[in-house]
Write a protein that binds this ligand. Structure first.
Ligand code: 9WN
Length: 431
C-alpha cells in the first residue's frame, strides 16, 4: 500500500469539515464512516482528524441521537434524500435521517486519544455520552438496555441475510423510485430492488411514527444485533477511559456502569462458542442463527470470558469467517452466500479492523496481526474499494472508499508505532 495513494483518497473525498465515504455514491456524512475516517486523518493532519469527529457530533438531534446520515445541502446523487425521513435537523442545522448507526465513534475517539491526544477530546465526551444514553434509554427501553435496531441500515450491514426474514414481513412501497446507487456500482454488488422497496417502507414508517420513543416501540422491523450491541458496549468502555483520563468522572462512572449493564445482557445469551445471535423482536425474540460479521463483531465486548474469546478468535482467524482478505460478512457454508454482493459474502475493511482491534485488546496479538495482515492484503490486491471478494481479493463496490483508505493509513507501519509524529508521515518505500 502506498501511503500517498491512501492519503489521496481522503483528500479527494474531503469537503472541509467532514469526509464523504465515496464521491458520487455517498455524497453526505455517514455516522460510523466518519469514526473510522477520523483515524485516517491522524497521520496526515492532526487537526483534521479531530474535526471529523466534531462535525459528526455537531449534527446531534435534540433527543441525543447521532443519525446515520447528516445530509449535505445540494448533493443530489444519493437516494433516498432527507424528505423520506420527515423534518429532522441536527443541532448544526443539517437535515438528518431518523435512524442511527453503530456507535463506533467513541471507540475511534479512544484510539485517536491514545495515539494523537488533544484537549479537544473533552468537547466530544458529553455528546457521545448523550448518544450512548439515547441508544440505551430510548432504543433499549423495552429490552433492559440493548438497543433495538429499527432498520437494517442502522446496523451498517444493510442486506446481511440475518435481516431477510424480518424484512420479508414488511410490505414494500408500491411507488416507483429512482435508485442512484446502481448508476455507480454494478447492481449485482448491491441490494435487490425488492429489498429497497422494503427499506423505503421502513423510512416511511419511521417518518409516520414521529418520535424516537414511538419508533423504538412500534417500528415494523425491530431486532437486536450482536454487532451493534457489542460495539456499543466497547464504546461505553472507551468513553469511560477517555473521560477518566480527562478527569470527567461523572461521564466516566456512568459509562462504566452502562458498559457493565450491556455486558451482562450479552453474557446471558452467548452460546458456548462465544457466539451471539441476532434476535427478531417482532417474532417474539426468535434467534436468527446467521454466521456472519454480526457474530464476529461480538468479539468487541469488553472483558469477554477467555472461552468466548477463544471461540470467536478461532472463527475469524482460521474458521468459517476467515479469508485471505479479512473477515467474511457471511460464512461460505451459508446457502444464501453471494460472494460479490455487499454484506452477503464480501470482506469489509472496517469489520476486519474492528476484529483486529478486539483481538489486540483481548491480548491475542498473533491472531490480531494475522487478521490485520489480511486487511492489508485486500488493499494490496484491490486498492481502496468498498469491499472485496473474500476468496479472490477482487475489488467490489465503490472506488476511492474513505474508510478503507483511512484504516490502511492508521495501520500503516511507521505511523502504527506509539509515539509516531503526525507532522512527519512515513515515506513510501514502494515505487
Ligand atoms: C445506507 C456509507 C454507508 C455505510 C454502510 C453501508 C452503506 C448505505 C447505502 O454505505 O449503506 O446507509 O446506501 O448503501 O452499508 O455501512 O455506512 O459508506
Amino acid at each position: 500500500m502506498r501511503f500517498r495513494d491512501a492519503a489521496s483518497v481522503l483528500e479527494a473525498n474531503d469537503v472541509g469539515s467532514h469526509t464523504l465515504p465515496a464521491t458520487g455514491l455517498y455524497p453526505h456524512q455517514w455516522n460510523w464512516d466518519s469514526a473510522f475516517i477520523a483515524l485516517g486523518w491522524a497521520p496526515l493532519d492532526h487537526d483534521r482528524a479531530w474535526l471529523e469527529l466534531e462535525t459528526l457530533v455537531a449534527a446531534q438531534s435534540p433527543d441525543g441521537m447521532l443519525a446515520h446520515i447528516a445530509y449535505d445541502d445540494g448533493a443530489r446523487t444519493y437516494f433516498p434524500g432527507p424528505e423520506w425521513w420527515g423534518e429532522h435537523r441536527g443541532a448544526d442545522g443539517r437535515r438528518i435521517s431518523a435512524i442511527s448507526q453503530p456507535a463506533a465513534a467513541a471507540i475511534c475517539l479512544r484510539e485517536l486519544w491514545e495515539r494523537a491526544p488533544d484537549e479537544r477530546a473533552r468537547g466530544l465526551l458529553a455528546p457521545l455520552h448523550r448518544f450512548h444514553r439515547f441508544l440505551i434509554d430510548v432504543r433499549g427501553a423495552t429490552t433492559g438496555g440493548e438497543p433495538v435496531v429499527v432498520h437494517p441500515w442502522e446496523t451498517g450491514r444493510d442486506n446481511a441475510p440475518e435481516w431477510d426474514t424480518a424484512l420479508d414481513r414488511v410490505p414494500g412501497v408500491d411507488s416507483t423510485f429512482d435508485r442512484r446507487d446502481t448508476q455507480f456500482v454494478d447492481a449485482a454488488e448491491r441490494p435487490t430492488q425488492e429489498h429497497y422497496r422494503r427499506y423505503l417502507a421502513l423510512c416511511e414508517a419511521c417518518r409516520d411514527l414521529g418520535t424516537q420513543q414511538a419508533i423504538a416501540m412500534g417500528a415494523p422491523f425491530r431486532m437486536l444485533d450482536p454487532g451493534t450491541s457489542a460495539i456499543l458496549a466497547a464504546a461505553c468502555f472507551d468513553l469511560a477511559e477517555v473521560a477518566s483520563a480527562l478527569g470527567e468522572m461523572a461521564i466516566a462512572d456512568d459509562s462504566r456502569a452502562l458498559c457493565d449493564r450491556l455486558c451482562s445482557a450479552l453474557d446471558a445469551r452467548r452460546d458456548s462458542g462465544g457466539r451471539l445471535w441476532a434476535l427478531d423482536l417482532v417474532a417474539g425474540g426468535e434467534e436468527e442463527r446467521t454466521l456472519g460479521a454480526g457474530v464476529a463483531l461480538g468479539l468487541l465486548q469488553p472483558g469477554l470470558a477467555d472461552a468466548s474469546v477463544d471461540g470467536l478468535a478461532a472463527l475469524v482467524a482460521h474458521g468459517d469467517l476467515s479469508s485471505s482478505y479479512g473477515v467474511r460478512s457471511l460464512a461460505p457454508t451459508d446457502p444464501r452466500l453471494e460472494q460479490r454482493n455487499y454484506w452477503r459474502g464480501p470482506s469489509w475493511a472496517n469489520v476486519t479492523w474492528l476484529c483486529t482491534l478486539a483481538l489486540r485488546r483481548h491480548g491475542r496479538l498473533d491472531a490480531s496481526e494475522l487478521v490485520l495482515d489480511r486487511m492489508r492484503s485486500a488493499v494490496d490486491s484491490a486498492g481502496f474499494r468498498e469491499y472485496v471478494d473474500p476468496d479472490t481479493g477482487e475489488g467490489l463496490g465503490a472506488r476511492g472508499f474513505a474508510w478503507t483508505a483511512a484504516l490502511a493509513l492508521w495501520e500503516h507501519e511507521g505511523w502504527n508505532n506509539a509515539g509516531a509524529d503526525a507532522s512527519t508521515p512515513p515515506v513510501d518505500t514502494q515505487p
